[in-house]
Write a protein that binds this ligand. Structure first.
Ligand code: MG
Length: 253
C-alpha cells in the first residue's frame, strides 16, 4: 500500500472541499431583510411573540361574554375549569388574523350521548364555532363532531382522544375583509389541526354571519348550557395563546 499517495489524495480532497465550502458561503442573492427571530417555546410554553391568554396562573384575560363580568372559571392544577352556568367567556384580546393554540379536556359523561356529551366550542372572533365535544365513540351529526366548523363543515377525520385526556387545537384564522363601505369582500378562512391532525384545510367560512365592517373579535369559549336537557358539564382548558398575523414572509426579489 502506498501511504504517500493516500495522504496526498486526502489532502487534495480536503482542499477541494474547503474551496467548495468558501464558494457556497458566498451570497447567492441580494442580502435582504431577515425573518424576525422568535423563540418557539415548547409544548408548555408559548412562542415569544404570542399573546398568552391563559398560562395556568389566572383567568384575568377572559371575561363573561354577556356582561363583561369577571370570568368565574376556576383554576385546578394549572387548568381552567369551566362549569355549566359560568356563561360563555371571551378573551379580552381581540384579533383579525391569528394563529391560535389551546388545549382542552372533555369530562367523562358516559350517561350522555351525541351533543350532550362534553360540549363546548371555540368561537373565532366570537362568531365562528370550531366544535369541542367528546367525540370518542360518540356518534352525532357530521358537522357537529369535534373539529367541525359547526353547522357548516365536518372535520376531515375524527381525531378525538378519549375523555379525561388532553387534546390540542392549533388554528390559523384569517378574518374577513371589507370594502370602504363595510361590506365583506373576502370571506374568513380557517385551518385547524386537532391533536396535530389536519381537520379543516383552509376552509372558507360561509358568508352568513360575517359582520358588516369586519370588526376584530375575541376567542369565545362556549358554556353549552341553556340547551334542552343540557347536563352539568365541566370543561377544562389550558395553555391558551394566540399570535397576531399580518406580517408576510420575507420575499426575495
Ligand atoms: Mg359546541
Amino acid at each position: 500500500m502506498n501511504h504517500g499517495i493516500t495522504r496526498t489524495t486526502t489532502l487534495a480532497l480536503l482542499l477541494a472541499g474547503l474551496t467548495l465550502g468558501i464558494a457556497n458561503a458566498a451570497p447567492q442573492k441580494d442580502e435582504g431583510p431577515q425573518p424576525r427571530v422568535v423563540d418557539p417555546g415548547s409544548a408548555t410554553k408559548a412562542p415569544a411573540d404570542a399573546v398568552v391568554l391563559f398560562d395556568g396562573s389566572d383567568v384575568s384575560h377572559f371575561v363573561r361574554d354577556k356582561d363583561g363580568a369577571p370570568c368565574r372559571c376556576t383554576i385546578e392544577s394549572g387548568a381552567m375549569a369551566c362549569v355549566t352556568g359560568v356563561g360563555d367567556i371571551v378573551s379580552t384580546e381581540k384579533f383579525r388574523d391569528a394563529q391560535i393554540h389551546l388545549e382542552f379536556m372533555p369530562p367523562y359523561m358516559p350517561e350522555q350521548h351525541s351533543q350532550l356529551r362534553g360540549n363546548s366550542g371555540v368561537y373565532l372572533q366570537g362568531k365562528y364555532e370550531i366544535q369541542v365535544l367528546d367525540s370518542y365513540q360518540n356518534p352525532t351529526y357530521a358537522d357537529g363532531v369535534l373539529g367541525a366548523l359547526y353547522g357548516q363543515a365536518a372535520p376531515l377525520v375524527n381525531a378525538a382522544r378519549p375523555p379525561r385526556e388532553w387534546s390540542t387545537y392549533d388554528m390559523i384564522f384569517h378574518g374577513p375583509r371589507c370594502d370602504a363601505k363595510g361590506n365583506v369582500t373576502d370571506l374568513a378562512t380557517v385551518t385547524v389541526l386537532l391533536n396535530g391532525v389536519l381537520v379543516q384545510d383552509h376552509m372558507t367560512i360561509a358568508r352568513s354571519g360575517q359582520a358588516k365592517g369586519c370588526p376584530d373579535g375575541p376567542i369565545l369559549l362556549q358554556d353549552h348550557s341553556g340547551f334542552p336537557g343540557a347536563p352539568l358539564t365541566t370543561m377544562r382548558f389550558r395553555n391558551i395563546w394566540l399570535r397576531h398575523l399580518g406580517e408576510g414572509p420575507v420575499i426575495w426579489k
